[in-house]
Design a binder for this molecule. Sequence first.
Ligand code: SF4
Length: 441
Amino acid sequence: MKKLFVKTYGCQMNAYDSAKMADLLAPLGYEAADAPEGADMVILNTCHIREKAAEKVYSELGRLKTLKAKKARDGGRMVLAVAGCVAQAEGAEIVARAPVVDLVVGPQSYHRLPEMIARAAREQGHVLETDFPALEKFDSLAEPSATGISAFLTVQEGCDKFCTFCVVPYTRGAEQSRPPQAILREAEKLAEKGAREIVLLGQNVNAYDDPSSDDTRWSLAKLCEAIAKIEGIARIRYTTSHPRDMAGDLIAAHRDNPKLMPYLHLPVQSGSDAVLDAMNRQHSADDYRRLVDRIRTAQPDIALTSDFIVGFPGESDADFDATLKLVRDIGYATAFSFKYSKRPGTPASTMRKQIPEDVKAARLAALQKELLDQQHKFDDSQIGRTLPVLFEKTARDGGQIMGRTPYLQPVHVKADAGLIGQVRDVAITRRTANSLHGALA
Ligand code: SF4
C-alpha cells in the first residue's frame, strides 16, 4: 500500500472534502498515514478564510520540500498536492513560488485527482485544475468508506452573496445544489455504515434548490423530510445558513420535523445597519430580529448561534454598541467571533477607515465576554432537565462516554461504551467550562 497524508485546514466543508479525497484515492492503493514523513502523497487541503492563510501554506511547503527530497534520496517519490481555497485563489502562483508542488487542485476538481496524479507521474510536471464544475464533482465523488455516528454530507457549494469581506464566492464559485437523489443515496449509505446523525453542509446550505426539476422542486426542508425517513437516522442538522435564505418551509420544519434538531447557526456578523450595508449582507439588524421572532414562534425551544466580525472598516463605537445590543436582544447559545482581517482580492480589503488593532482587540474582548456569559447561561438552563443525548464516542475520562444534546452541547456520562450510537435520556446535573455532565435517566 502507498501512504497518503492529508493535512486539513479550516472548515467542516474542508474536513468533508479531505475524507472524500482519501476515499477517492483508496482504489489507487493509498491508505491514510498519520504523518507526512515517508508518505507517497501529501495533500494540503487549505483554507483561505484565516489571516495569512497562503503564507502558512508556503511555510508548510518549505518543510515538506525536505521530506520530499529525502524520499527521493531513498529511491521513492512523494507527490505533493495543494487543494482547497488557497489552491483556487492562488492557482499558478503556487507552482511559481513553490516548484516542489506537483498538483494544484481547486475544490470543484477533486474528482479528477486520480487522473491528475497519473498525469503528474507521466509528465513529471505540474498539473493545475481550478475550474468550477461543481455538479460534475458531486456526481463523481466516491462512496463514503467509513463514517462516525455523526456524518457530514455536502448538499450545496458556492455562494452568490458576495459579502465584501469574504473570499468564498471567488474560491468556491456560484451557488450550486446537488441533486436530491444523489444526496439521499449517500445518506442511505452513511446510515448503513452506522451514522445516526447527518449534518448537511453547504456554504449557503439553506439556499439549497434542487437543480433538476421545476414542478417538484426540492427545498432544504423537503430534503430534511426525506432524510428523516431513512432507517437508522435519528438526527439531522445543517450548516451554514444565510438569514436571507431562511424560507418559511424550513422554519416550519423546525416545528414539524422531529428529527431536525432545535439548533440553528444563523450568522449575522454585526448589529449595525451601516456595517451590515458595508458588508453587503443585504438585510438590516431589525430584519434579523424579525426573522428570529418567526423562528422562535415556530420553535420556541431552539438554540441559536452566530458568527460576528468586529472592527470591520468604518465600524464606530456606536456601530459596535449596536452589535452588543443585538446580542443581548437575541440571546445566543454560543457564537463565534473574530476581529476583521483583510482578505486579498475582497472589496473590504481596500476600504478606507480600517480600524486600529488595539480597538479591534478591545471590542472583541467585550463581545466575547458577553457571548461567553450567554453560553454559560444557556448551558446552566439545562441543569435539572432530562435531555435526549446521542452518544458518539468514549470520553477521555475513564468509564465515561460523550454524546450531544439536541442543542449540540457535549455531555459526559458514566456509562457503558455499548451505548455509543444510541439516543438515551440523560439527567443533566452540572456544567464545566465547555461541557455538561449527567447520568442516565
Ligand atoms: S454568505 Fe457566507 S460564504 Fe457567502 S460571501 Fe457571505 S460570508 Fe462568504
